[in-house]
Structures are given as C-alpha cells and as structure tokens.
Design a protein around this ligand. Structure first.
Ligand SMILES: Cc1cc2nc3c(=O)[nH]c(=O)nc-3n(C[C@H](O)[C@H](O)[C@H](O)COP(=O)(O)OP(=O)(O)OC[C@H]3O[C@@H](n4cnc5c(N)ncnc54)[C@H](O)[C@@H]3O)c2cc1C
Length: 304
C-alpha cells in the first residue's frame, strides 16, 4: 500500500536548514552570526513543518543580484568594478555599492562577505579602507591565503560580478581631539581599519591629534599602500614607521616588534598615547603584553 508519509518527511528533510560548520563562520563575533541565522531559519522550518505549510519558508533565499539595503542580517549585492594587484597575495578590490543603500560606516567597521565553495556557504569579515563616498564606491584590501576557503572563492572574482555583503559591525569609536596622541600598531592587512582613521584625522583641519603609525610587514615588497602612507606622513601630526628603503631608513626597523622598540615608540610620542592595535590574534596579544610591560594602562588601548 502507498503511504505518502515517508515522501512528505523526505521533502521536509530536504528543506531543513543545515547547521553551519565552525569553518563557515568568520569568527569575529558578528550579531547576528551565521549560527544565529541558522537558529532563526531552523525555528522557521520547525514552525512551517508543524503547520504543514512550506510557503512559510519563502524569503530565505534572496536573489544574488537583488539590490537590498545593507543591514546586519540581510545581504546586499555590491558589484565588483576593479581589482588592483598590490603584492603577490594581496589585492585591492573596488566595489560599486548600490546607490541609496544607506551604507554609512563608522571608522574601522567591517562587513561580512558571503561566499560558496564546493557547495559550502562561508562568511568572513573584511574592513573597507575607504569611507563610502559620493560615487558609492567601497574598497577592500584582501590577502589571499593558499589554503584559505574564502580565498578560493575570491580568486574566482571578475569585474562585473556581484558579491554579497552584510553589516556593518565593530569599529573604533573615534571623535576628533578625543585623544592627544594615537599610536596605531598594525600588522599586514590589519592596516585596513587604520586607513579611514588616518584619512578622517588628516581631512579634518580642526583635528589636532598626533598620530604615530607602526606598520609591520614581512619585507619591503609586502608593504601595501606605500603611496598613501608616504603621503600621510607629510602631515605635521602624522608619522609612519615602516620598512622603507634608504631614504626612509631613520623610520625603519628590521626585526620583530620587541619590548625595546615598544618602549622607544612610547617614549617618542609627543603626548601620552592611546594605542590602537590590529593584526592576527597572536600579534594583538603579543603587542598588548609588550605595551602593558612598558607601563601602558588597560584603558589606553583598543584592539580590533
Ligand atoms: C573583524 C575582522 C576584519 C578583517 N578584515 C580583513 C581585511 O580587511 N582584509 C583581509 O585580508 N582579511 C581580513 N580579515 C581576515 C578575514 O576575515 C579571513 O580570516 C581571511 O581572509 C582568511 O579567510 P579564508 O577563508 O581565506 O581562510 P581560512 O579558510 O579561514 O583559513 C585557512 C588558513 O589560512 C591561514 N590564515 C587565515 N587567516 C589568517 C590570518 N588572519 N593570519 C594568518 N594566517 C591566516 C591560516 O593558516 C588558516 O589555517 C578580517 C578578520 C576579522 C575578524
């Protein structure tokens, strides 16, 4: 005898949202995170199944190139306009943001990118290096990792493609002249949130904050945004220290950022500094330990 029960159960099983794997999450503490979204979809599925009404699930999958307002829990499609190759593994990606999408970012805020690799949905955080301007452009500095999952997806991008973003999240609550001096310490793409911060300070004539930027890179070839950094160091209140060639030797230090260098940097600040750190978890923790050893109190430090 035919019993449709199993068939209906199979259909519902096929519609059930799949619990994300830890590797699918960007790990940056977004609210909502990929797991919160899963919980919401699971609740919706449970309700729809109890009522026997699959139409209650509609609205979960938004079309890829639909232009939606940016929000923390709905993805918006940004069109990739151009890719600029900065170093072997790091590129600048310029996106056209849908006009009127209301993408207003505070300094250092990041967005979350959704990608699919081998059928697996991933989410990762990236920090725009530009404030969204009148042309509605948004640029990201992205390092591609050899075995990185999202890196695999990003390698397939071509200008004209649409990518899905949600946010913004996080950020550094900065106000002009709030601090006498900022000491910015970044490693690799950790320089991304520092760029809009530097720009905001130098573009505001009334902002008299002193800024010392310490950019840590593997070697001279892997320094990003050299032109921007050199341009910024011409401002009277900014000074950058990176591995630049001979003409900049006085601002260069070869080797690891150790206690002596941190101490020297703190002493060289014009005013007691507020420190902002951005790099890998290991980098952030190491720098924080050195700063504490050098006497910087906990309230004088912000870590991205
Ligand atoms: C708030 C926030 C903002 C971020 N902003 C940027 C940004 O502007 N630009 C940018 O390029 N990245 C940024 N990241 C890092 C980014 O989200 C991804 O972690 C990175 O692109 C790697 O993703 P993946 O899926 O390719 O690699 P995964 O599959 O997650 O990792 C694969 C392997 O790659 C290596 N790897 C991954 N990430 C790192 C790392 N950060 N340092 C050293 N090794 C690593 C590890 O060996 C790891 O095992 C940000 C992260 C956070 C939390």
């Amino acid at each position: 005898m035919y019993d449709g029960f199993d068939e209906v159960e199979d259909i519902w099983a096929g519609l059930k949202p799949k619990e994300p794997l830890p590797s699918q999450c960007c790990g940056s503490g977004c609210r909502p995170c990929i797991f919160d979204t899963y919980q919401k979809e699971l609740e919706k599925w449970t309700k729809a199944k109890a009522r026997g009404d699959p139409s209650l699930l509609i609205g979960n999958n938004k079309p890829k190139n639909e232009l939606l307002p940016v929000s923390t829990d709905a993805f918006s499609s940004f069109q990739l306009q151009a890719v600029e190759f900065l170093t072997e593994d790091t590129h600048l990606y310029r996106f056209k943001v849908p006009s009127g999408c209301g993408l207003v970012l505070q300094l250092g805020q990041h967005l979350v990118l959704r990608g699919v690799v081998d059928g697996l949905e991933l989410q990762r955080a990236y920090t725009p290096i530009t404030q969204v301007n009148a042309d509605c452009c948004c640029e990201f500095l992205i390092k591609l990792y050899k075995d990185g999952l999202m890196s695999q997806y990003i390698r397939t991008w071509k200008p004209g493609d649409f990518m899905e973003w949600r946010g913004p999240f996080g950020g550094f609550p900065y106000k002009a002249n709030k601090y006498g001096q900022l000491l910015l310490i970044a490693s690799g793409t950790g320089i991304a949130p520092m760029i809009p911060l530097l720009q905001a300070i130098t573009e505001d004539e009334d902002d008299e904050t002193f800024v010392k930027l310490v950019g840590c890179f593997r070697n001279y070839k892997s320094i990003y945004m050299k032109d921007f950094l050199q341009e910024q160091s011409h401002f009277w209140n900014e000074e950058s220290l990176e591995n630049l060639p001979w003409s900049y030797r006085d601002k260069t230090h070869l080797g690891r950022l150790d206690f002596e260098l941190i101490n020297a940097l703190l002493k060289a600040c014009q005013k007691p500094p507020y420190t902002v750190i951005c790099g890998s978890v290991e980098f952030n923790n190491d720098v924080l330990k050195l700063l504490r050893r050098a006497g910087l109190d906990e309230d004088s430090c912000f870590m991205f």
